[in-house]
Design a protein around this ligand. Sequence first.
Ligand SMILES: Cc1ncc(COP(=O)(O)O)c(C=O)c1O
Length: 392
Amino acid sequence: MEQFDFDEIIARRGSGSYKWDMPERGDVLPMWVADMDFMTAPCVIEALHRRVSHGVFGYTKVGDDYYDALTRWFSRRHGWHIDRNDVIYTSGVVPAISAIIKGLAAPGDKVIVQTPVYNCFFSSIRNNGCEICECPLDYHADGSYAIDFEALEQCASHPRATMLLLCNPHNPAGRVWTRDELRRIGEICLRHNVTVVADEIHCELTFNGFRFTPYATLGEEFAEKCVCCNSPSKAFNTAGLQIANIVCRDAGMRRRIDRAINDNEVCDVNPFGVTGLIAAYNEGEDWLCQLIDYLYGNYRFASERFASELPDYTVTPLEGTYLLWLNVSASGLDGAAFASRLEKEARVMLSPGDIYGAAGSAFVRVNLAAPRSVVAEGVERIISFARSLSAK
Ligand SMILES: Cc1ncc(COP(=O)(O)O)c(C=O)c1O
C-alpha cells in the first residue's frame, strides 16, 4: 500500500489561511481553528487538477457520480444505506444547521445543546431567533465526558424544546457516542417530540476501538425523526471547498429544510467541492486510515507530555477528532485568560474553552492536526508557559 507522508511541513502562512493568517504576529504557532496542516489526499489533489485543467467553472450541476460516491462510502464504511432522494447538498455543515433550524424550528423555540460544544451551534440558534438550552455533559475526574440523561430528559420535557443539536463524534469532548448512548438520547427525544439534528462532520476521525454510529441507523422510529449532516471536509482537510450534505428521510421536513436552504441562498455549490467529495469518497480510504493513525500518534504524544510535565492539568481522553481538550484550572487562570496570555507570552494560539459554553470556561482546545514536529513545538511552548505561571 502507498505510504503517505504526514511529517512534511507545508508553509501555510501567507496562503490566505484563516488558521495561519489570523494571528497578528508572524511567530505565533496556530493550534486553534479546526483544519489540518497536511495536504489533502493525493487522489483529491489529482482530481482537482483535472477539473482545473478543464478551465470552465460555470454553475454546477451535481450529478449521479456525486450521489454514488456519497451513498457507497456511507454504506461501505458505516453500514448506513442512504437513499439519494433524502440528500440535500449545501455549502457547509454550518449553513446546513442554520437552514435546518430555520426550516424546522419556530422563533422562540428552545434548541438543546450538550455543552461544552462546537461554538457555531450557539450562533446558528440565536441567528434564527431560537433560544439555547444548555444541557451540560457530565465531566469526570479523569477528564472524560458522559451524558447526563436526567438533565437531558428535563431539558427535552420543556414545552418549547423542539430540537436537539447532537454533535457525534463530539467536538470538543472527544467522545464517539456509543449506539447505546445514542439510543437513550433518541428515546428521550422521541418521548418529548424533540427532533434530533446530528452534526456528524467528525465521523471519519475515530480512533481504533471506537466506532462511529450514524444516528440514522438506530432504527426506523429514530431515522424518521432526525436530520443528519456530514461532509468529507474534516477528514480530508477540504473545508475551503465548501460542500456538505443533509440527509433527511421525512419528506415534509425535507421540504421545509430545502425551502430554508433556498431562502438562505446556499443551494449552489462549487465545482471543486463536488469534485473533491467524489475523489475523497471513491479513492481516499487508504489515505484516511493512515491519517487517523498519525493523528492518534499526535494525541498520544501530546497527552503523554502533558501528563508527565503538567500532572495537575487534565487532558480529556480522545476517542476521535484531533482536538485536545485541556483543563487549565490548575494554572489559576480561566481558559480565556490562559489562551490570551499564552498567545502573547509563548506564541501559541489556542481556542479558549468559554466559546463552547459556560461548561468550557476552565479549558482550552488544542488542534493537533499538524506534523508531529510542529505539535511537539506547540506542546513544549504550552508546557513552558504553564510552568512559568506556577513559578511566579
Ligand atoms: C462539529 C462541527 N460542525 C461543523 C463544523 C464546520 O462545518 P463547515 O465548515 O462545513 O461549515 C465544524 C468545524 O470545526 C465542527 O467542528
